[in-house]
Design a protein around this ligand. Structure first.
Ligand SMILES: [Zn+2]
Length: 455
């Protein structure tokens, strides 16, 4: 029996271990040091963990589960409202400092690990390392670099008359040589994953949905070179064709895949590829209708939500693993607030059970952090003690996980995270945003003989 004095904690309640196994109604999880020492029925808790000196948390009405793994965040985006804000404004130094500050909010929300799916400059890798070195509080991170793109992919959204902005979260690759060079450079600079912009966003460009930003051969080249250098690759792929190319090339997981068809599903099953739908951003755009987004964007994203409900629900039922991701980092998905919304969407829109949704946000999502594989995402002996103690039962109401009041304890690597010291509200400096004189135009009103602002 291991030493049980000092840094041992017993968490009590319903235990969901992150797998699809049955919940333990009255369970216990023992944390010793940074690891999980024992999981099981509370009635069978070894005597060594029953001594009065041991800290006990939770009890009836509580749920113990693994910390959430968010499969899609952008820690360096600073809640940007537009491509311009992301690509052009804010010095890189401030982006990095702002990112470590935001990482703390992500952790407090119960996200103990996350995948950063594209960064401005190489900020995400430094945030990852600073957290891992213990300099700042935040989730364990696996990071991509700037996503590889073409003129038909994301990020190349500025006029051709200007240079591709260095602050953009993408790198423009114009030939096979440039593809290979970009991958080798990013691996040298410490990324965990190569991310590719395989399609555009239907709402940003007029590109037809049924196209891809790279050819099938280029997808193959990216997967080959990435795997040769022992990294994983993933892809932003909304369109049917980009999903097919990436799945056939053996990408490790696909992000979005809203328009996947039966052929794409077959390829995902054959090559054991998972999907991170990331519908929270779309849902938030739709839900914010009338506030900021234009009506045409809302219609486009509503249509994509409908397609995703049908196609991704079918993919999951066929056996394709799904992973929860929130896309936190844009203004539509501020840090620390929406990480668990995707679980609700999985249940309501894609037809998963709450237990399946929790699996998609824990054990299944661990594939996005290859270096931590086999150590995170489950409550299991010897796994790292990334644990949530929840007041309530997320199996009865999956939205429980979105309520900060219900996240009673967040534990990362056996240490309880400070969730109470207030974090000052976000302050936006003028240099972080584009300058506008008015939110609209100033119209002359003949009757009142004065001006009025119109959108
Ligand atoms: Zn993203």
């Amino acid at each position: 029996m291991t030493n049980t004095t000092g840094d041992t904690t017993v968490l009590r309640g319903q235990v969901l271990d992150g797998t699809l196994g049955s919940p333990i109604a009255d369970g216990a999880v023992v944390v010793s040091g940074e690891r999980i020492a024992w999981v099981g029925d509370a009635a069978r808790l070894p005597d060594a963990y029953r001594s009065p000196g041991i800290r006990v948390l939770g009890g009836p009405g509580h749920t113990v589960m693994p910390g959430l793994i968010d499969g899609h965040i952008h820690i360096s985006f600073g809640e940007a409202r537009s491509e311009e804000e992301l690509a052009l404004y804010t010095p890189v130094e401030y982006r990095a400092i702002r990112a470590v500050w935001n990482a703390r909010k992500v952790l407090r929300a119960g996200v103990t690990s996350a995948f950063d799916a594209a960064t401005t400059y190489n900020v995400a890798a430094s945030v990852r390392d600073a957290i891992e070195a213990g300099m700042f509080e935040g989730p364990r991170l696996a990071v991509a670099g700037r996503q590889l793109t073409t003129h038909q992919g994301l990020e190349d959204s500025f006029p051709s008359s200007m240079q591709f902005p260095p602050g953009q979260a993408g790198v423009l690759v114009r030939s096979r040589d440039e593809i290979v060079e970009a991958i080798r450079l990013q691996v040298k600079d410490g990324v965990d994953v190569i991310k590719v912009s395989g399609s555009s966003d239907s709402a940003i460009t007029d590109e037809p949905l049924d196209s891809a930003a790279f050819t099938a051969e280029e997808f193959q080249l990216i997967a080959q070179e990435t795997h040769r250098l022992q990294r994983k690759c993933t892809v932003h792929a909304r369109s049917r064709e980009s999903v097919l190319h990436a799945a056939r090339a053996g990408f490790d997981w696909i992000m979005h895949a809203s328009y996947i068809d039966d052929e794409g599903i077959e390829l995902c099953l054959k090559n054991r590829i998972g999907i991170t739908p990331t519908l929270t951003l779309l849902a938030n755009i739709v839900d914010s209708a009338g506030e900021s987004a234009g009506a045409s964007i809302i219609d486009v994203f509503k249509a994509e939500m409908d397609a995703a409900a049908e196609n991704l629900g079918r993919a999951y039922r066929a056996g394709v693993p799904l992973v929860c991701g929130s896309e936190s980092g844009w203004s539509l998905v501020p840090y620390g607030q929406w990480h668990a919304k995707e679980l609700e969407i999985f249940v309501k829109l894609l037809g998963l059970t709450p237990l399946q949704a929790i699996h998609a946000a824990t054990d299944a999502a661990s594939r996005c952090l290859p270096r931590w594989s086999g150590r995170i995402g489950r409550l299991q002996e010897n796994y790292l003690a990334d644990v949530l103690l929840v007041s309530g039962d997320p199996l009865q109401d999956i939205r429980t996980l979105q309520d900060p009041q219900r996240i009673a304890t967040v534990m990362k690597g056996g240490r309880i995270v400070d969730t109470t010291t207030p974090i000052p509200p976000r302050r936006v400096w003028p240099y972080e945003k584009h300058r506008t004189f008015l939110p609209g135009t100033f119209h002359y009103n003949r009757e009142t003989r004065s001006g009025e602002v119109k959108p």
